[in-house]
Write a protein that binds this ligand. Structure first.
Ligand SMILES: [Zn+2]
Length: 87
């Protein structure tokens, strides 16, 4: 097993994830971006691209992060990351 394996946060898609101890014998990870804790079997692409595009679009229309968060039901940290990555 390589230590360089990239772990992607299931919540925001960030790769800044660190090992965060074990729960029920399973390695858990902590996303340094949105502070979500997760295990590898939980990893999947949780948000479709359309929601990410929508977030970027709303931001361009002048919406505040908090408003986009409420509108799309996505955490502010997650939206912040999308905007950095996709806008
Ligand atoms: Zn995250």
């Amino acid at each position: 097993m390589s230590e360089k394996k990239e772990i992607i946060c299931p919540d925001c898609g960030a790769t800044e994830c660190i090992k965060n101890g074990k729960a029920n014998g399973k390695q858990t990870y902590l996303c340094k971006n949105c502070l979500t804790r997760f295990t590898l079997n939980r990893i999947r692409n949780r948000y479709p691209k359309s929601i990410k595009k929508q977030a970027v679009l709303l931001r361009k229309q002048g919406y505040k992060l908090a408003e986009i968060s409420k509108e799309l039901n996505v955490k502010i940290q997650t939206i912040h990351y999308w905007l950095k990555k996709y806008a």
